[in-house]
Ligand binder design. Structure first.
Ligand SMILES: Nc1ncnc2c1ncn2[C@@H]1O[C@H](COP(=O)(O)OP(=O)(O)OP(=O)(O)O)[C@@H](O)[C@H]1O
Length: 213
């Protein structure tokens, strides 16, 4: 059997000594996962931990052997994260950020250009992000999440604020990338459209733990 795309081992996360996550073991085979939980349950914290963006105790393995502890650079190259409410330095343009991501994460420039066009990011990509609406920021963050060659893409509340045309494009992108072997973990308080996406499983965050159904 193939290695899980992500495996959490004894992962603990606290903020100022307040425990938020305490996950003994979680292994996810490749697929598309819907991460559920009440407000404040720890979904965003879990994504930031998985993405290696905030300190935590324990270890996470990607593709069976890339360790958050031992191979932090390789680890971050294999996982992309789009925030629920993205914030970028206001003086940068979307193009600056895109170039930075393509430079650091790599990936197919032509493909990213095509996705930018489909999401409608190309229209405003040369403007400073300070001029973006919340939906424009969201579209940019989603585009950035598809740069590089990730094994796993974490999308935090991707359905909110984007228009219906972009939503259709996003569902199509998730299906296409999933067919190419990329896994997804998606938080959404709204149900994911079952006609657009077949999820592999649902993950529930509650009582500091995550369970897979
Ligand atoms: N930087 C921080 N400092 C202290 N506490 C934090 C911090 N970020 C989050 N928390 C706390 O951690 C808990 C989990 O927050 P988190 O944002 O992960 O929840 P969530 O499941 O994503 O919630 P929501 O559905 O409302 O977005 C909450 O109790 C929150 O108050």
């Amino acid at each position: 059997m193939s290695d899980p795309v992500i495996a959490l081992r004894a992962v603990k996360k606290s903020y100022q000594d307040v425990p938020i996550l305490d996950i003994d073991r979680l292994e996810l085979p490749a697929g598309i996962y819907w991460l559920q939980g009440e407000n404040g349950a720890g979904k965003t914290t879990c994504m930031k931990v998985m993405a290696g963006l905030i300190p935590f105790k324990g270890e996470i393995l990607l593709n069976g052997n890339v360790s958050s502890r031992e191979h932090p650079v390789q680890f971050r190259r294999l996982i992309n994260y789009a925030e629920a409410e993205p914030l970028y330095p206001s003086f940068l343009t979307g193009r600056d950020l895109l170039e930075l991501y393509l430079h650091t994460k790599g990936g197919n420039r032509e493909e990213i250009g095509d996705i930018g066009g489909r999401l409608g990011v190309d229209i405003f990509v040369n403007n400073p992000v300070s001029s973006y609406s919340s939906g424009m920021l969201k579209k940019l963050s989603l585009l950035l999440a598809f740069t590089g060659n990730p094994a796993l893409i974490l999308l935090d509340e991707p359905l909110i604020t984007i228009d219906t045309r972009a939503l259709t494009v996003l569902y199509d992108l998730i299906r296409t990338y999933s067919a190419k072997g990329v896994s997804f973990c998606i938080t959404s308080h709204q149900p994911l459209d079952a006609e657009e996406l077949t999820v592999t499983g649902t993950l529930k965050v509650a009582h500091k733990n995550i369970t897979l159904n």
